[in-house]
Design a protein. Structure first.
Lengths: 148, 148
């Protein structure tokens, strides 16, 4: 699957048109916000390159690009927590994707075993910011799932 | 307001601790996913630098960094669509923020006048991907609001 070149679109077509021309950044990546289709909960934020975006659309299973491992990252390949794609959306300037998924396995998108990676909120005390756990339970034990 | 240096945290403290040490990228930016606090709807995805993250926390009003204008972007300063911050969350490796807001004004976070920037979904026909409008109404007329 090939994607249209964003440079080929004028402003109106990019923002209001039907041509999908994802704008990958200087590293060839686009940000993906993954949400649970049923609840709208934000599960995680990660990145795709053109290859893994195509793989995701073709297979219906989420494939990201791991920036740390510099490799294709089929989400859940180790943990079993695959993500079945329900819908992809893009934004006005087509440089970001929201992906609605069904989270399989134990329902944990985060490698810490929690449903979502966003399990801490920022709390202010005067001009000091710290983090507080919002209480998402661990649905699996990472030490068991990711054993070497 | 100063933030802790992410390099000062070990892996466990970064992922499970209470120290807020946002990991800005090589350009000094962190990705922010902004959601409507009441509904959980994803309104937009943008970026903050340390200065605008501090401004946001101190003022309770969303301030982003405009990558195109290379300037502080107080959301809604032109359109009146200010965002009142309800809560900030960060993810396991602290390189992304989810911000829950009350969208003021006409309730349109997108410069096209729609509630959300994510108003088009990707549709597949064979191996060809195109975009389809999901039908979000325009809550203001951009030509009037952003007149030069």
């Amino acid at each position: 699957m090939k994607f249209s070149d964003p440079a080929s679109l004028d402003h109106a077509e990019r923002e209001e048109g039907t041509t999908f021309a994802p704008r990958f950044d200087a590293h060839g990546l686009i940000t993906v916000v993954t949400t649970e289709a049923d609840s709208g909960t934000i599960l995680m934020v990660a990145h795709m390159n053109a290859e893994t975006l195509a793989l995701t659309l073709e297979s219906g299973i989420a494939h990201y690009w791991s920036r740390s491992r510099k490799a294709i990252w089929k989400k859940g390949e180790t943990s079993g927590e695959l993500q079945e794609v329900v819908e992809l959306r893009t934004d006005c300037d087509q440089d970001c994707i929201v992906m609605l998924v069904r989270q399989t396995g134990r329902g944990a998108a985060c490698h810490t075993g929690r449903k979502s990676c966003f399990y801490r909120r920022v709390e202010m005390a005067g001009d000091k910011a710290s983090l507080a756990d919002i209480g998402l339970p661990r649905l699996f034990d990472p030490a068991t799932v990711y054993k070497r």
